[in-house]
Design a protein around this ligand. Structure first.
Ligand SMILES: [Mg+2]
Length: 349
């Protein structure tokens, strides 16, 4: 099945935020990083600074040497985190399948997004425009059928641009991509590939697999797949689910507690199925039941997980909820609040 992946990457992110907040910095060479006297390193350089050869991961001392007029700021992570959160709030209008790579970079799977006529190209344009207007910085986007290609594409029209690799162009496009653009191909692998006379993905496609396997072992298969532009990695969301529930709105209101309880086995089956499919068994912390009456008022009953059976516990919750109004019931929902550990999220924000 064809997927639509967008890779979003802000243009000189930290520097762009500073330029946004201080117009005096807008047209001068600027870098964010540690002071040269403290053996600092450049985190981000704006495009003016890049013209002098300044780039990220370079020592601040060297950057100052290349560009004596360079303005070097320590930066303000709080501001960057806020900008990142604003970007993510925009992403979430289009999909829940978001994989952050850093504060300013993320993959979005928009295969199921119905907005913008379902066009990933239009979605990327809209996202970029909304970020420009609300966050006040520019981002670039790459649109393709997988993560590997989308990431390459986002670099094609940087800054403030986007690039699409359509499924029909993919095979032709990948041929000219240098192998160093393949993730996992660092300096050492590049050197090994050079020995095999491999520079582009097209070269890599043509290498006999056995030969590749001799040099790269297990990695050889993956390497050759990528050289054909094949990458089936899913979006690794680190969205933390706080609860899981199912609900049903009934075509006819349920007029007694017994009628309500008769719905429970079906709801439970669905809930347990979802718990299982999402791998959330044993994560339950609390159980809750929501009931909406025909006057549209809604009530929720919640409790810690009891020792008694799931069925009888939800039956009890149902009785409590029902007695609060004793009116005909339009909707019943049941679910669990889940335990979660915050470590993933903390490392990001
Ligand atoms: Mg960036």
């Amino acid at each position: 099945m064809e997927r639509k992946i967008i890779h979003i990457d802000a243009d000189c992110f930290f520097a762009a935020v500073e330029m946004r907040d201080n117009p005096a910095l807008a047209n001068v060479p600027l870098a964010i990083g540690g002071p040269e006297k403290e053996r600092g390193v450049i985190a981000t350089a704006n495009y003016q600074a890049r013209e002098f050869g300044v780039h990220s991961a370079m020592s601040s001392a060297k950057a100052k040497l290349l560009c004596p007029n360079l303005i070097l700021l320590r930066g303000n992570m709080e501001k960057y985190r806020l900008a990142s959160r604003q970007m993510h709030a925009i992403f979430r209008n289009y999909t829940d399948l978001i994989e952050p790579l850093s504060l300013d970079e993320a993959y979005l799977d928009v295969s199921d997004c119905k907005l913008c006529y379902g066009s990933a190209t239009l979605i990327a344009e809209e996202i970029r425009e909304r970020i420009r207007l609300t966050v006040g910085i520019t981002v670039s986007a790459g649109i393709a059928g997988n993560k590997f290609l989308a990431k390459i594409a986002s670099d094609m029209n940087k800054p403030n641009g986007q690039f699409v690799i359509t499924p029909s162009e993919q095979d032709e496009f990948i041929k000219q991509v240098p192998v160093k653009r393949i993730f996992g191909v660092g300096k050492v692998s590049q050197e090994k590939l050079r020995h095999l006379n491999v520079h582009t993905c097209e070269d890599l496609q043509k290498v006999e697999f056995k030969k590749l396997h001799n040099v790269f072992g297990k990695f050889a298969y993956r390497l050759q797949q990528l050289s054909f532009g094949i990458d089936s990695r899913e979006i690794a969301t680190n969205h933390i689910r706080k609860s899981l529930s199912v609900e049903n709105t009934f075509r006819h209101d349920l007029v007694s507690l017994e009628e309500c309880q008769a719905q429970l086995p079906m709801l439970l089956e669905e809930l347990n199925g979802r718990l299982k499919s999402k791998n959330l068994l044993h994560q339950q912390q609390k159980m809750y039941l929501k009931m909406k009456f025909n006057n549209f008022q809604q009530t929720t009953v919640e409790r810690m997980l009891p020792n008694s059976s799931q069925y009888s516990s939800f039956c009890e919750l149902m009785e409590i909820a029902y007695q609060r109004q004793s009116l005909p019931v339009r909707l019943i929902g049941i679910g669990y609040r889940l335990k979660h550990d915050m470590t993933n999220q903390l490392s990001l924000f």
